[in-house]
Write a protein that binds this ligand. Structure first.
Ligand code: FES
Length: 105
């Protein structure tokens, strides 16, 4: 699948990722040139993998309660904020636009 990542400066770049390896969006970002901190290793505990789904959020479903708890504790979050570690790479991500929102990413 191919999706677009927007960095803090608004620069966008397409990223290709396999959708048959069970990877999370956080893992793919970490391996890309957008290394999210992911301090908790994907346990939905640190929120450093915070992203905002600018386009294509409909296919991704709602954030889980555990995600919402983390997002609501942040100084700033958005209606389409998600934790990248809780999003599985699938064809649903094809064409999505994802903005990095985690600190220091
Ligand atoms: Fe820590 Fe996603 S990696 S919340």
């Amino acid at each position: 699948v191919t999706f677009t990542v927007e960095d803090h400066d608004g620069n966008r770049q397409d990223i290709e990722a396999p959708d048959d390896m069970g990877l999370s969006l956080m893992e793919v970002l970490k391996a890309s040139e957008y290394p999210v901190l992911a301090t908790c290793g994907g346990m939905a505990l640190c929120a450093t993998c915070h992203v905002e789904i600018l386009e294509g959020k409909n296919g991704l479903g709602e954030a889980t309660d555990i995600e919402l708890d983390q997002l609501e504790a942040l100084p700033e979050y958005f209606p389409s904020s998600r934790l990248a570690c809780q999003i599985r790479i699938s064809e649903l991500l094809d064409g999505a636009v994802i903005k990095l929102r985690g600190e220091d990413n």
